[in-house]
Design a binder for this molecule. Structure first.
Ligand code: BG6
Length: 510
């Protein structure tokens, strides 16, 4: 990022509490007919407009192979906004936003389509003052990246004139292993220099994830115990109750580890385990994440430190649900895992000897994402042993979602005449502490991209390091046949519990 383009909100002279508004620009979405565009991107753009964070002449350009007139595209955006936006629908905001909607009918392999796109952007620069600043959002399968990037380049769209910007946003999966990620990064960087590439990991857009940095680096309370002297282990859980109906095209052959551990969960680990950055300049934050990811590796032997499973039929809530192999579009002999658990070690002075357990799965007991820092037991308990039978390990739990907040678990005296001690929870809840509701992750990330603020976007090196960490277990599983079935609505396959039991620990049941 050229230094003059990006003004660090933590350093410039203005009141940091005032939101920053994006400058003149447009956003072009490829894959505008897909679910991501409809459920996340269009609503987030409306929410930004509703919060007054988009420039007056902002334009949203859809590109797709549809025989749509401008009104058809307008209706698609309108319906998506009505159905999925976070903030209330206001006619005047919509009326203003809809004036900046354009649709370009085209196919990825046709240079004429990109010439049309180019003319549309020039027209927007003239008519709406978008100033030659254009972002390209590739909400399309990675297989289509090379052709779209090549066309953007050949149509001269990737190149910014002086004082203007061009940026590209890419969605995961960033490859399916280290080699393919390197190839993909090379293809992207051939057209867009690294400082104009914004890789979306939407977990970094979540308030509760950014709060890990506030919790760790704005307080004195936690840092002294945030290390192997006091921490027994860390559990990072991303559990979902939904199944994979309708997502076979993306998910079959990908599986839980590639879908979310390689990106979301390793980013959560990086935020939890990294050292304090010397500032929140993007390069400083990235340097610390890169450092900690470089020190992270799978614990071995993999047959004891990992587990994977595939959901079978069962009950979700009070509804019967089918197993993965009966879901539409999945091969009857699919070996795609829908649950994955791994054990990681972080070879630094702070973390040596502290296992990090990461797990994620579909069709689990409930939807919850959390980071639990579980502490060692007190070295001595001056109580009769029976008085502490119900005392567990102290824990600090960062509740990423859905019940956003932080819980501290510790022992407390049970009221009465004996000195019985039992676990209690002390809670911070976003909903109670603040009146503002949290913006959606995509609102924050789209705005940051339009502002050219790269802190919350993983760089190339992080993506490659994450694959380097994961590749050995992916190979190990690929050679291992079918994953172990688990009943829908439970907490995963028995081998995941076994994996913990072997080390004398157990998973939390959030
Ligand atoms: C996506 C995964 O990145 O995150 C999905 O591809 C998953 O499989 C989704 O369902 C979960 O996101 P969130 O924000 O609901 O936790």
């Amino acid at each position: 990022m050229a230094p003059e383009e990006w003004v660090n909100p933590l350093r410039d002279g203005r009141d940091k509490r005032l939101p920053r508004i994006a400058g003149p620009c447009s956003l072009v979405i490829f894959g505008v007919t897909g679910d991501l565009a409809r459920k996340k991107l269009m609503p987030a753009i409306y929410d930004l407009a509703n919060r007054g964070l988009l420039p007056p002449g902002f334009a949203l350009v859809g590109f797709a192979r549809r025989d749509w007139a401008a009104e058809d595209f307008g209706k698609v955006v309108h319906d998506a906004v009505r159905e999925y936006s976070r903030t209330p629908f206001r006619e005047e905001v919509w009326a203003h936003l809809s004036k900046g909607l354009r649709f370009v009918e085209g196919t990825f392999d046709n240079p004429d389509s990109f010439d049309k796109l180019s003319s549309t952007l020039e027209e927007l620069d003239r008519e709406r003052g978008t100033g030659g600043n254009h972002g390209f959002y590739l909400a399309i399968p990675p297989a289509a990246f090379p052709v779209v990037l090549k066309q953007l380049s050949e149509a001269g769209l990737a190149q910014a004139q002086d004082g203007q910007w061009r940026r590209v946003v890419i969605e995961k999966p960033f490859g399916h292993d280290l080699d393919s990620a390197r190839q993909l990064n090379a293809v992207v960087n051939e057209v867009f220099p690294e400082d104009t590439v914004f890789r979306i990991d939407h977990y970094l857009g979540k308030e509760t994830v950014q709060n890990i940095l506030a919790l760790r680096f704005a307080n004195q309370l936690f840092d002294p115990i945030w290390n192997s002297h006091y921490v027994d282990h860390i559990q990072i859980t991303m559990a979902e109750d939904i199944g994979l109906g309708g997502r076979a095209g993306y998910y079959d052959g990908i599986g839980a580890a590639r879908d979310v551990i390689q990106n979301h969960l390793l980013q959560l680990l990086a935020f939890t385990a990294m050292e304090e950055p010397i500032s929140f300049e993007p390069c400083e934050l990235q340097a610390e994440k890169i450092k900690v990811l470089s020190a992270t590796r799978l614990a071995e032997p993999l047959d004891e430190t990992t587990a994977r499973g595939q959901y079978a039929g069962g009950w979700q809530g009070s509804q019967p649900v089918v197993g993965l192999l009966e879901e539409d579009g999945f091969a009857a002999d699919s070996t795609t895992e829908t649950f994955a658990a791994i054990t990681l070690e972080v070879d630094t002075r702070r973390w040596a000897g502290v296992p990090f357990y990461l797990r994620s799965g579909k069709r689990l007991g409930r939807r919850v994402t959390e980071i639990a820092v579980v502490f060692k037991r007190a070295p001595h308990l001056p109580f009769d042993q029976t008085m502490t039978d119900e005392l567990g390990q102290n824990a600090l739990v960062i509740r990423v979602q859905p019940d956003e907040g932080v819980t501290m678990r510790f022992g407390s005296k049970v009221p009465g005449s004996s000195m019985e001690v039992r676990d209690v929870n002390m809670d911070f809840s976003y909903g109670l502490a603040f009146t503002e509701s949290s913006p959606e992750a995509y609102e924050r990330l789209i705005l940051d991209m339009l502002l050219g603020e790269p802190s919350l976007f993983p760089v190339n090196a992080e993506v490659e390091l994450s694959w380097e960490i994961l590749d050995p277990v992916l190979d190990y599983w690929a050679a291992g046949g079918a994953p172990e079935p688990y009943e829908a609505g439970t907490w995963g396959p028995p081998s995941a519990d076994e994996m913990m039991r072997r080390t004398g620990r157990e998973w939390r049941r959030p």
